[in-house]
Design a protein around this ligand. Structure first.
Ligand code: HEM
Length: 469
């Protein structure tokens, strides 16, 4: 049934874009079978234990750094290397746009930041920049700190699946930050259930038929929007006031407009909801995966763990006894920052960045035509032995000196660079502080396989047992 459905989608797409673009003929690579292209190979590598990387790697060995393929109805050019990264990520305005799948577009809504381009995109980025800046995040510090301590207190004496715990932790943080959601209770449960359905609808087949993951995702999105509508109306009526992200956006939304500039900064209700959902979606799986990989890499690299623990015990030792982690301390953890970067390099949570050519341009000597999908393979950039000798080794000292541009793309680069970088680092640094200062752990199995999801995560969820130091 699943295979038939996949075939139906492929046939639909290929009838849509029947002919191979002529200009693509000069690009190395194979477009595979008529109609289905290389989709089966793509899907089978996607579900394999090493994940999608093999699909790119095998073709790079055969064709070089640039190759074409036809997957899931899309004529796509894969490319890698720092030059390609520079052109694709910082290319002059309007050259490329983000390339979401149909399901992502439908779920996130048309006014999402991820679908915006040019001036509209810049304006949305400006609106979220302040609340996600280091200063803007200060007010959430105590919440995150307490939640980390409480989460960890539940760990000793049982099998802990880090991926699940990290997911719960990061969702509670972002729910609180965005709309002051209590970390426990009925609302949190509903929020979590809806979010999970939304999240799993992204990599689903695009059928809005009852019973499908996509349909469930759309319904969950509608429930999430109803929840937001009710919170927004309580805030507008003055029944509730909170100093959170939503409030700052509502203020922008209801700002009385005197001049043109103010008008430009106004958000519609649809923009407000689409972009809150966008932040939830873009920020949750990524931070969950990063925290999980980081704890896994520490478990596998005792020397790094020891050095990291030294940094945190030193912070503790310098503090007056009985006091807790402070804002200044969390912003001064140099070795932790390197461990986070090395985690993002080694795991490469988003294996490629996907773009759509918004105009014709040339890259690495190849002409790319408007409308083509272009994917930047980031795994290869992060494992280039010229930039990172012995690339499989987990070694945070690689980040001792600043790297040349486009060698490390853990949070991307250019106008689409991750706006949640400060929040992600804050959450991870606080959590890691309490973990390494108070606990030790042992992995219950050795397994390096990854889940068949768009964001790379350990397939076994990294099960461990924990005890106090
Ligand atoms: C460790 C955690 C995270 C990692 C590794 C990460 C990584 C990235 C990367 C690589 C991009 C650029 C993708 C591209 O160029 O195609 C990106 C974009 C984005 N990230 Fe993050 N991210 C993380 C956490 C967050 C958080 C916490 C939020 C929100 C609160 C967030 C929101 C976004 C948004 C909205 C975009 C799209 C920006 C745009 O298109 O202008 N991310 N992220």
């Amino acid at each position: 049934m699943a295979l038939l459905s996949i075939l139906a989608v492929l046939v639909f797409y290929v009838f849509h874009f029947w002919a191979t673009p002529k200009a693509m003929e000069v690009i190395p690579g194979s477009l595979g079978w008529p109609v289905v292209g290389e989709s089966f190979s793509f899907l089978s590598e996607f579900s394999s234990s090493s994940g999608i990387y093999n699909f790119m790697h095998r073709r790079q060995e055969r064709y070089g750094k640039v190759f074409k393929t036809l997957v899931l109805g899309r004529f796509t050019v894969f490319m890698t290397g720092r030059d390609a990264a520079k052109i694709l990520l910082t290319g002059k305005d309007g050259m490329v746009s983000l390339n979401l799948f149909y399901t992502g577009k439908q779920v996130l809504g048309p006014t999402s930041l991820l679908q915006a381009t040019g001036e509209v995109h810049k304006r949305l980025r400006r609106l979220i920049a302040e609340p996600l800046s280091i200063d803007g995040l200060k007010k959430y510090f105590q919440f995150i700190n307490t939640l980390a301590i409480e989460t960890l207190e539940q760990w000793p004496g049982r099998t802990v699946f880090i991926l699940e715990e990290a997911s719960t932790f990061t969702l509670k943080v972002i729910g609180h930050m965005i709309m002051s959601l209590e970390p426990t209770g009925e609302e949190q449960e509903k929020f979590r259930a809806n979010f999970k359905l939304i999240s799993s609808s992204f990599a689903s087949l695009p059928f809005k038929i009852p019973g499908t993951a996509f349909h469930r995702g759309i319904k969950a999105r509608d429930r999430m929007y109803a929840m937001l509508d009710s919170i927004i109306s309580r805030r507008r009526n003055g029944d509730e006031f909170q100093q959170d992200f939503l409030e700052s956006l509502i203020m922008k939304h209801s700002k009385l407009t005197s001049g043109k500039e103010d008008n430009e900064d106004k958000l519609t209700d649809a923009q407000l909801k689409d972009n809150i959902l966008t932040l939830l979606v873009a920020g949750h799986d990524t931070t969950t995966a990063a925290l999980t990989w980081l704890i896994k890499f520490l478990g596998e690299n005792p020397a790094v763990l020891e050095q990291l623990r030294d940094e945190h015990l030193q912070i503790q030792a310098n503090r007056r006894s009985g006091t807790n982690l402070t804002w200044n301390e969390v912003n001064n953890m140099p070795y932790t920052a390197k461990v986070i970067s090395e985690t993002l390099r080694r795991a490469t949570i988003l294996p490629w960045f996907s773009r759509k050519a918004a105009q014709d341009f040339e890259i690495d000597g190849y002409k790319i035509k408007k409308g083509w999908s272009v994917n930047l393979d980031v795994v290869s950039i992060h494992h280039d032995p010229e930039s990172f000798p012995d690339p499989e080794k987990f070694d945070p000292s690689r980040f001792d000196a600043p790297l040349k541009p486009f060698r490390f793309l853990g949070f991307g680069s250019g106008p689409r660079m991750c706006p949640g970088i400060n929040l992600a680092k804050l959450e991870i640094s606080i959590f890691i502080h309490h973990l390494v200062c108070t606990y030790k752990w042992r992995a219950l199995e050795k397994d390096d396989s990854v889940q068949p999801t768009l964001v790379r995560m350990p397939r076994n969820k990294y099960p461990i047992v924990v005890e106090k130091l």
